[in-house]
Design a protein around this ligand. Sequence first.
Ligand code: MN
Length: 263
Amino acid sequence: MSPFPVSRTLSAIAVLAAILLWAAKAQQTVAGVAAVIEELVTANRILAMEGVLDGYGHVSVRPEKGGSRYYLSRSLAPDLVEPRDIMEFDLDSKPLDAQGRTPYIEAFIHGEIYRARPDVHAVVHTHSPALIPFGVSSVPLRPIYTMGAFIGEGVPIFDVRKVTEQTTDMLIRNSGLGRALAQSLGAYGAVLMRGHGAVVVGSSLQDAVGRSVYLQINAALQLQAISLGGTVQYLDADEARRLEAIPNRYQRAWEMWKRKAGR
Ligand code: MN
C-alpha cells in the first residue's frame, strides 16, 4: 500500500480533532463569559445593598490576565443591573457591541486603570458619602482597624483642577482625564476624588468589592474616633502589610453578601 492514503487519513483525523478542540474551546469561552457576567451582576447587587453604590457609581471586571477587554453595565442604577445590561469594552472604553445600550459617562475610569495596572482585575467607582469628607479635608484617611489594612499609609487624592486647565464638571468624561486619574492612583489600592467619590481596585471582583465595603466603614469609624477628640492610634505600616498578605480575605464575607443579595 502506498503511504498516500494513510497520510490523507491522518490529516483528515488531525483536521477533525482541531475542529472538535476549537468547538470545545468556544463552548468553554461562552460558559466562562456567562459566569463572569453573573459574578459582575452579583457584585453590583452587593455594592448597592452595602451602600457603596446608590443610583450612581459602577463596578467592572477584566477576567483575563493582562486582557484588553473588560465588562461593565450599561448606564443603570447598580441595584437594577441584569446580565443583559452587561457590555464588553476595549481599553479605549468603547463598547464592542452596544446594541443600542448607553454606557456610563465615566466608563473611561475603568479602561484607563486597566491599561495602567496589569495587576488590576476589578474596579469600583463609588460616591460613598462616608468617603467624601476625606477627599476634601487635609485630614488623611488612614487604616483604623484590621479591615481597613489595605489603606496602608494612606491613599492619594485626585483633584481634577490639578490635571487640566479647563473648567470641568468634575466627571471623568474622556481618556485623558481617565489617564490622569490612573496616574494619581499609581500603585495604590484606592484613590479618593475631591468632591466626587473614590475608585477602589482589586486583583478580583471579590477583592475590589470587599475593599470598597470596608473602605467606607473605615472612613465612618475614623470620623467617629476623631470626634472623640483625643489622640487616634492607627495601624502601623507593618501591621497593615501583614494583614494585607492574608490571601482571599473577603471570601467568607462574599458568600454571605451573595446570599443576602438574593444571588
Ligand atoms: Mn462619578
